[in-house]
Design a protein. Structure first.
Length: 98
């Protein structure tokens, strides 16, 4: 059973199309590596999964519950419920230069 389903995810920053119809599933116990050149959209994709970016189209479902379904986001309450169970270690995770 998939715990994460991503379908045709699209995201642009103004004219720059970063994510062009990205689709993949993650099953229980999968360990996934996302690889690609700098600027190819890896962080943007991850940020989208936890709703730090709003996507322009496509679907994201966690445990069969839609965060966003064909570009339509679930209610703020549902979004919070879904994303509160997800985490991300930021690329530049230090908040202070020390
Ligand atoms: N908030 C933003 N506003 C405008 N452009 C952005 C924004 N965030 C990312 N971008 C652009 O989107 C593209 C993808 O960036 P992203 O950080 O997702 O790439 P990446 O694959 O994580 O790169 P790296 O390997 O360097 O971490 C880049 O061209 C970046 O400049
Ligand atoms: Mg990155």
């Amino acid at each position: 059973m998939s715990i994460l389903q991503v379908n045709k995810l699209k995201k642009s920053f103004d004219q720059l199309q970063v994510l062009k119809q990205i689709s993949f599933d993650v099953d229980k116990n999968d360990v996934i590596a996302v690889i690609g050149p700098s600027g190819s959209g890896k962080s943007t994709m991850l940020r989208s999964l936890i709703h730090l970016e709003e996507i322009d189209g496509g679907s994201i479902a966690v445990h069969d519950e839609f965060l966003v379904n064909e570009g339509i986001y679930s209610s703020p309450k549902q979004i919070k419920q879904i994303t509160s169970r997800m985490g991300m270690v930021f690329q530049h995770f230090n908040l202070s230069p020390i």
